[in-house]
Design a binder for this molecule. Structure first.
Ligand SMILES: [Mg+2]
Length: 171
């Protein structure tokens, strides 16, 4: 199997099911934060992801956070979701995943890294000997989305103006 390929690819974290994990023989998840549990740099936790986390805990899936971001960024979010964390993990170096699996007390082959980036999460998982589940990023990038939103707004406003003009014309 390629160093670059995950064991499983999903659109988003909430699409990972207990059956998927059973099939992989996984009972511990090492979770990325940015573009995996929330958007880049955000502290927002959606109810869908919060529910998914609670479901996994209920089914005895052990969860922990492994992020390359600073503890300043990761700690408040980890506290919000009630998980232990490793920040500044230096993925794709395997050390963060190795420490996290040890902390969970689960053999590495029964853990899976969950993340959006091939060159950190997936390669790092392979090097650490843990399984990997890749997600499409929640947002590809922030600026293009903003541009899209502005363009969408302009489109809506232009439509509004056309309607106003039509209504203003004498019949
Ligand atoms: Mg990420």
């Amino acid at each position: 199997m390629s160093l670059f390929h995950p064991d499983l690819l999903k659109n988003s974290i909430t699409e990972i099911t207990y059956d998927d994990l059973q099939r992989l023989g996984v009972r511990g998840l090492l979770l990325d934060v940015d573009n995996t549990l929330t958007t880049h740099g955000s502290q927002v936790l959606t109810s869908a992801i919060s529910e998914w986390l609670e479901n996994m805990k209920r089914m005895d899936i052990a969860l922990t956070i492994v992020s390359n971001a600073t503890s300043k960024r990761v700690e408040p979010f980890a506290r919000r979701v009630g998980l232990k964390f490793i920040s500044f993990a230096c993925k794709p170096l395997p050390i963060g995943f190795i420490r996290a699996a040890k902390r969970l007390g689960i053999p590495r082959r029964e853990c899976a890294a969950v993340g959006d980036q091939t060159f950190t999460d997936i390669i790092g998982a392979r090097l650490a000997g843990v399984r990997s589940i890749q997600l499409l990023p929640i947002l590809p990038e922030r600026q293009p989305l903003l541009r899209f939103k502005r363009r969408f707004e302009r489109y809506i406003i232009a439509g509004y103006r056309r309607k106003q003009e039509r209504n203003a014309k004498p019949r």
